[in-house]
Design a protein around this ligand. Structure first.
Ligand SMILES: [Fe+2]
Length: 255
């Protein structure tokens, strides 16, 4: 089975469309979506519509998606008091601008972690806590021991990366992917993997290109891929809709 794995779209429809176009070249069977569908960028209804379309073509359907912290605030589950000013302003804008059926869709998204099958778990932040950030080795180490499946895909940090643990020797590795990086993962169960595909809508690794992953669970081949999209048009729409200008500018530098 080939999985397309995407995370942190954040209402950036232009980036999402480009990711789907690029992913089509490699082919995939099922999509897995790791939360933060909306928040920050000005196309929340278009993104929710596209996500629903993707899920409708999926055998897993709603089992293939989980909510993120921005989805909770934008749909009214949480107030967003922990958000910084820019995140809060855009979340309130999104909440108001979302069509009721789209807000309901986000409100009803399942909480992670979610076990997809015997091989794969998905979560937004960490398998320990949907809002926890896996940034450093110690975060990953703790997370490895709270997930049962060999592979766990996570998002939330907007930074693509691959953690590998040999559970017998305790050897631990971290890999930072390039614009195109292919890894052949070891399917021996003694190895466990935590994989962050990066962010579609707001990368934060100083690379402005939209990020996604394709994972072949039969062969263990994992592709990290980045793709260019029309950032200027998103920036213009951010300005037009009076969203914080900082949100537009950070897209250019990928932070
Ligand atoms: Fe996010």
């Amino acid at each position: 089975m080939k999985y397309l794995i995407i995370s942190d779209i954040h209402g950036n429809y232009i980036a999402l469309k480009e990711v789907l176009k690029e992913a089509e070249k490699y082919g995939w069977d099922e999509v897995l979506i790791l939360g933060d569908i909306v928040g920050y960028y000005p196309y929340p209804n278009e993104v929710v519509k596209e996500v629903r379309k993707l899920l409708n073509g999926n055998k897993l359907y709603k089992d293939a998606i989980i909510r993120g912290n921005h989805d909770k605030v934008c749909s009214g589950i949480e107030e967003g008091y922990t958000f910084n000013n820019n995140a809060y302003r855009s979340a309130m804008w999104t909440k108001e601008f979302l069509r009721p059926k789209n807000r309901k869709f986000l409100y009803e998204l399942p909480k992670g972690p979610k076990r997809i099958n015997d091989l794969i778990t998905i979560c937004h932040g960490s398998p320990m806590d949907e809002d926890y950030y896996i940034l450093y080795e110690q975060d990953a180490f703790a997370s490895f021991y709270s997930v049962e499946t060999q592979f766990c895909f996570f998002g939330h940090t907007h930074i693509p990366g691959l953690f590998e643990l040999d559970t017998q020797s305790g050897n631990f590795s971290y890999f930072i992917p390039k614009d195109t990086s292919l890894f052949k993962l070891n399917m021996d169960e003694k190895y466990k993997y935590l994989i962050n595909p990066g962010s579609v809508g707001q990368p934060r690794d100083y690379n402005p290109k939209a990020a996604f992953v394709i994972f072949d669970s039969d062969s263990g081949v994992l592709l990290f891929k980045r793709t260019k999209y029309n950032i200027d048009s998103v920036m213009r729409k951010v300005q037009k809709d009076n969203l914080p200008i900082f949100l537009a500018e950070r897209l250019k530098s990928g932070v």
